[in-house]
Design a protein around this ligand. Structure first.
Ligand SMILES: Cc1cc2nc3c(=O)[nH]c(=O)nc-3n(C[C@H](O)[C@H](O)[C@H](O)COP(=O)(O)O)c2cc1C
Length: 358
């Protein structure tokens, strides 16, 4: 048996293998109301049929101002939660765990999707003023409003409410998006957090927004629900968030009930060198895995079954996440099983050879 196809249990949930679909924005809420649609059912459902252990839905806003674009999905109201139920039901029927990536874009909100325009949508053009840990804009984006201390506490409650709705929507697993320069990452990084209140200063204070979100979520959803945190483990800048800081914050998260760390990188600032290449974020994931007790997931240019298996065999990484590969081939987990010579019992009956009369 390979490690890639070994099940993994996190709290009350067991994933049938260690191939998880990475969250990927679809920008497909045509009415700009955060409502998942048929697109989401088919897109995400296909990847469950394709054999993934867990299918993670895209960055889904906990507040309307937290959308990257007006076409993002949301979970800030009960109507959206009801619509997500169709997605989670389908994923479950096809043997995968469903996860939602709870997100807030912070100062990186209010943009066009790539096929509708370019760059920020200004307030005059129907966009909105983003919020952030800082009043400083991301280059060429709308200038954010720096959240007051009271507003930060209100924002924490948005995450907790969204988590409760996610459970009502049938999601098995929750992920907090703390990566890619979005709001939680804006609090974590010293580059975008110069605050002097209890949410800024030392690493522990910069992590308070995330830790308070996790505490609130754990209290609201109980002990059974797995909670993942996605980090950018480095800003690729000496004065930014580093992998050492990331491991420290992961330990703080573990102490308040986080279960898995999903390690990505970058996104906070422009003009840095990112060492793109096969498995380029695996060393970061391994560094974090060496410091925490919880399982760690690696993501980023993992595109081959042997490569995926080797990562699990030779590092402390426990889970492989695939993004673009699964856009090209929704059935890649089944393909990987075939390539590695693993018999799985979740080939869709409809696709098994011999069901059509000869
Ligand atoms: C179309 C697209 C949308 C993405 N949207 C998200 C997202 O919503 N949340 C997130 O954390 N990462 C997002 N990412 C990053 C992926 O989750 C993944 O980390 C990245 O693509 C690297 O993995 P890969 O090389 O397997 O694609 C997105 C990537 C793509 C290609």
């Amino acid at each position: 048996m390979t490690k890639l196809f070994e099940p993994i249990t996190i709290r009350s949930k067991t994933s049938r293998n260690r191939i998880w679909i990475a969250p990927m924005c679809q920008y497909s809420c045509e009415n700009q109301d955060g409502m998942p649609s048929n697109w989401h059912v088919v897109h995400l459902g296909s990847r469950a049929v394709g054999g993934a252990g867990l299918v993670m839905c895209e960055a889904t806003a906990v507040h309307p101002a937290g959308r990257i674009s007006p076409w993002d999905t949301g979970i800030w109201n009960d109507e959206q939660a009801k619509a997500w139920k169709e997605v989670t039901d389908f994923i479950r029927e096809h043997g995968a765990l469903s996860a939602i990536q709870l997100a807030h874009a912070g100062r990186k909100a209010s943009n066009f999707r790539s096929w509708s325009g370019q760059g920020a949508i200004t307030v005059e053009n129907g966009g909105w003023t983003p919020v952030s840990s800082t009043g400083e804009a991301f280059p060429e984006y709308n200038t954010p409003h720096e959240l007051t201390t009271e507003e930060v506490y209100d924002s924490i409650q948005d995450w907790v409410d969204a988590a409760k709705r996610s459970i009502a929507a049938g999601f098995d697993v929750l992920e907090i998006h703390a990566a890619h320069g979005y709001l939680v990452h804006q609090f974590l990084s010293p580059i975008t957090n110069q605050r002097t209140d209890e949410f800024g200063g030392s690493l522990e204070k910069r992590a308070k927004y995330l830790v308070d979100i996790l505490k609130g979520i754990r209290q609201a959803v109980g002990e059974d629900v797995p909670v993942i945190v996605r980090f950018s483990a480095t800003d690729y800048r000496a004065d930014g968030f580093t992998v050492e800081q990331c491991a420290e914050v992961a330990k703080l998260c573990e102490a308040v009930g986080a279960d898995v760390f999903d390690i990505s990188s970058g996104g906070l600032v422009l003009g840095v060198q990112i060492p793109f290449g096969p498995g380029y974020q695996v060393p970061l994931a391994n560094d974090v895995a060496e410091e925490v007790d919880s399982p760690v997931a690696a993501v980023g240019l993992i595109t081959d079954s042997k490569q995926a298996e080797e990562i699990l065999q030779t590092t402390d990484v426990e889970i492989i996440m695939i993004g673009r590969l699964s856009l090209r081939d929704p059935y890649w987990p089944l393909r990987a099983a075939h390539e590695l010579g693993v018999e799985v019992d979740y080939w869709p009956n409809q696709y098994v050879r011999g069901t059509y009369p000869a």
